[in-house]
Design a protein around this ligand. Sequence first.
Ligand code: NAP
Length: 225
Amino acid sequence: MRPYIICHMLSSIDGRIDGAVLNKVIAGGEYESTGAKLKGDAWVCGRTTMQLHFAEKRPFVSRTRRPAGSQSVYVAQRSNSYAVSIDTTGKLRWSSSDIDGDHLICVVGERAPEDYLTFLRERGISYIVTGKSSVDLASATTLLAKRFRIKRLLLEGGGNINGGFLQARLVDEVSLLLAPGIDGRRNVPTVFDGMDPSIKRAIRLELISVEKQKGGTLWIRYRVA
Ligand SMILES: NC(=O)c1ccc[n+]([C@@H]2O[C@H](COP(=O)([O-])OP(=O)(O)OC[C@H]3O[C@@H](n4cnc5c(N)ncnc54)[C@H](OP(=O)(O)O)[C@@H]3O)[C@@H](O)[C@H]2O)c1
């Protein structure tokens, strides 16, 4: 029991995902409007993306450094839509319990400090603690379904968290907005990053649909075989 998971991303034709660069070649709001058509009841991002675009600039600093310990779930409130962050050691500092109206759920690992959980509870933020050294993504997604009733989860990057979900076989569909542009710079994140280098085999996808958007962007949907 876990949500249906769609990885929704915007990329250049060379697979790079720097939004600031890509926004110069696509219409404003195109990523968000296609994402809305996928009808997710939650979206999830990795710690780096959350840090860059949504969390406070200064990180959380633990006073006690005592680890949170075992698996737990705190439901601060129920909502029709959720924003989920995957932040292994509880670095992200939040000023609000929602992002643009989506109730925030922070997923951390058991190494995250206990006082980080207190910080989240005090702000009315929900959380899931799961995974000893790193976040257990399979268990986290099961708990998102069971405890928050999330049925359709949009995985919205960046590349490393997408790679983590894909490697854990948690991606059902890829929804790619292919912008009519080339980035070409070294060391720019790509749609899927950080996967096991010993697996020298592409993950097979089955084409669901291709739509030509205004301005030459392609919206391509694939099912993970
Ligand atoms: N074009 C688009 O559609 C789009 C969408 C989103 C983001 N972006 C861009 O993507 C870039 C960031 O991508 P990124 O790949 O560097 O970072 P990311 O995927 O946003 O975050 C990666 C971080 O997530 C945490 N994490 C927790 N569990 C993980 C797991 N099992 N596997 C992988 N990561 C895990 C790790 O940090 P901890 O160890 O600290 O937990 C890891 O360093 C930014 O430039 C952002 O603007 C583009």
